[in-house]
Ligand binder design. Structure first.
Ligand SMILES: [Fe+2]
Length: 448
C-alpha cells in the first residue's frame, strides 16, 4: 500500500544481523522528525523506533531491533515535517534478517560506479537501470567494491568537509532504489582517499572527512556479536568500520582494506601524481592479517567470499598480481622475500586463501568483468554499473580468464547445493539490440 508521507529523502540500510538492521535516513532539504514502524508481517508493523529529529543535510541513524532471525521484515518511515501537526507514513519496504546454515539466498555486487566521471564512465540513467535490476532480484545485501565516492578529483586548494560530504550524498538518491531494501556494504577504493597517509593529527584532512562521511551516511559494521572486524579506533573518527566479516547462510563474507593500513599512498596520491615506491610498503597491517588468518582458519562455512578493491589495492589484473608482495610473497625480481618482509605472517594472502578454501576473491578497480582461477580460488573482477561505453577496459592486463565488457552488476545465488555467479547486463534503451538486451545474463558459472 503506498504511503502518504511527503518525505523526499532516502534510506540506506546497513549492518544487518539476525535480530537487527540500521537505517540511515537522509534528506538534503527537509527537517522534522522521523521514526520507523516495523514488523515481521506486511501491514502489521507493531514495533517502532523512537521518533528523532532530522535536520536538512544531516543524516540520522535508526536501529531496528528485536527482529526475528531468518525472516523477511517490513517497515515504513513516518515523517512529520517541522511546522506540521501530523506524521505520515511512507511506502512499505522490506528486507531480510540473517540466514542460518542450509538457507538459499541471493546477494549482488557492483564494481566502480565513479559518478564523478559524468559523460565519460558514468551515465545516471544507466546507473538507475542497473540498480532497478538489482532491486528486482531482492538480494539480501549489496556490496559496493569501491571508487563510488571518489574525492580525489576535488581541487586540493578548495576541498573541505562539505565538498567531501557531497560525494557521499550524491550517491544516496541512486542507491535508494536498492538500499531501502538491501543493506549496503562498502569496500574502500583507491580514489576514496579514506587512507592513513593523509592523517595529520587534526580533524581537518581529507581522510577524516572521507571516513566520517562514509560512516555518517552508510551504516557499516563495527565488531559485535554478529560481526568481527577492526577494533582499533582512529583519532577524530572512532572505529573505522573498514574491514569486517560475517556469516550468512552457508557462507563467510570477509571485506578487507589496505588503504587505512599502509603508511604510504597505495595508489594515486591526493593532489599529486602516482607515487614511486616499493609495493612492500603497501600492507594490510599485522593486525588485519592476523584477524584475516584467524577468521578464515576458524570458519567452518561451506563457502568463503573475500572482497577487496583490488589485489594489494593497486595495479592491473587479477591472478597476474597474485605472486607478488604480501599477496604472493615475491618481489618484482621474482625472489621470495616474504619471510624477511613480513615476519610473523604464516603465509602470503593468496596462499592463506587457497589453504583455507576461499571460494571466490572479488575485486573491482579494473572496470571489466573477468573470471579467473588460481590454486582453487576463483578471482572474480567486477564490471562497472553505469559505463555508457560498454568498454572492455584493461583487458590486456588479464592474460587468462573469461572476459566481458561493461556494463552491469553481478548476482550471486548461494544455496547448500552450490554457488551460482551471474553477470547481468545493463543497457540503455537507445543501445539495446536483439543480441544485447538489458537485464540478460551475459555469463554464469557454478561453484564449487
Ligand atoms: Fe580503483
Amino acid at each position: 500500500m503506498p504511503g502518504t508521507s511527503s518525505f523526499s529523502g532516502s534510506v540506506a540500510l546497513g549492518s544487518p544481523t539476525a535480530s537487527s538492521v540500521q537505517a540511515n535516513v537522509y534528506s538534503p532539504t527537509q527537517r522534522g522528525t522521523v521514526r520507523i514502524a516495523y514488523g515481521a508481517q506486511s501491514g502489521q508493523l507493531g514495533q517502532t523506533t523512537p521518533a528523532v529529529a532530522i535536520e536538512a543535510g544531516q543524516a540520522v541513524e535508526l536501529s531496528l531491533t528485536g527482529l526475528p532471525a531468518n525472516t523477511r521484515c517490513y517497515y515504513r518511515l513516518y515523517f512529520q515535517p517541522t511546522g506540521s501537526a501530523n506524521e505520515a507514513p511512507g511506502d512499505e519496504w522490506n528486507f531480510h534478517t540473517a540466514r542460518p546454515a542450509g538457507s538459499s539466498f541471493t546477494f549482488a555486487i557492483q564494481g566502480d560506479s565513479h559518478p564523478e566521471r559524468l559523460k565519460t564512465q558514468f551515465d545516471p540513467d544507466l546507473y538507475t537501470r542497473t540498480l532497478q535490476s538489482v532491486a528486482a532480484d531482492q538480494p539480501d545485501f549489496y556490496v559496493l567494491m569501491g571508487d563510488d565516492f571518489s574525492v580525489d578529483t576535488l581541487d586540493p586548494a578548495t576541498i573541505d568537509r562539505a565538498k567531501v560530504l557531497e560525494r557521499y550524498t550524491l550517491q544516496r538518491p541512486f542507491l535508494h532504489t536498492v538500499s531501502r531494501q538491501a543493506p549496503l556494504f562498502l569496500v574502500n577504493g583507491n580514489h576514496e582517499q579514506a587512507a592513513a597517509y593523509l592523517l595529520d593529527g587534526t580533524p581537518n584532512n581529507v581522510a577524516v572527512w572521507a571516513q566520517n562521511a562514509r560512516n555518517g551516511l552508510y551504516a557499516q559494521p563495527a565488531p559485535n556479536g554478529f560481526y568481527s572486524g577492526n577494533a582499533q579506533p582512529v583519532e577524530h573518527i572512532g572505529l573505522l568500520r573498514n574491514y569486517f566479516a560475517w556469516n550468512w547462510g552457508d557462507a563467510l563474507f570477509v571485506v578487507i582494506d589496505p588503504y587505512w593500513h599502509s603508511p604510504v599512498a597505495v595508489d594515486n596520491v591526493f593532489g599529486s601524481s602516482k607515487p614511486k615506491q616499493s609495493l612492500w610498503d603497501v600492507t594490510h597491517s599485522d593486525a588485519q592479517y592476523q584477524w584475516l588468518k584467524r577468521t578464515l582458519e576458524t570458519s567452518n562455512a561451506r563457502y568463503k567470499f573475500v572482497f577487496a578493491h583490488h589485489v594489494m589495492g593497486t595495479g592491473r589484473g587479477g591472478v597476474e598480481l597474485a605472486k607478488r608482495w604480501e599477496w604472493g610473497g615475491e618481489s618484482l625480481n621474482g625472489v621470495f622475500d616474504f619471510l624477511s618482509q613480513r615476519p610473523g605472517w604464516a603465509d602470503p594472502i593468496h596462499r592463506l586463501m587457497a589453504r583455507t578454501g576461499v571460494t571466490v576473491f572479488f575485486q573491482g578497480h579494473d572496470h571489466v568483468w573477468v573470471r579467473q582461477k588460481l590454486d582453487g580460488v576463483t578471482y572474480q573482477t567486477l564490471s562497472q554499473p553505469a559505463d555508457p561505453n560498454y568498454t572492455l577496459w584493461n583487458a590486456d592486463a588479464f592474460a587468462s580468464g573469461d572476459k566481458y565488457p561493461n556494463t552491469g552488476y553481478t548476482r550471486v545465488r548461494v544455496s547448500p547445493d552450490g554457488v551460482q555467479v551471474e553477470y547481468v547486463r545493463s543497457v540503455l534503451p537507445r543501445d539495446e539490440t536483439p543480441s544485447r538486451a538489458h537485464g540478460t545474463t551475459v555469463f554464469s558459472y557454478r561453484l564449487p
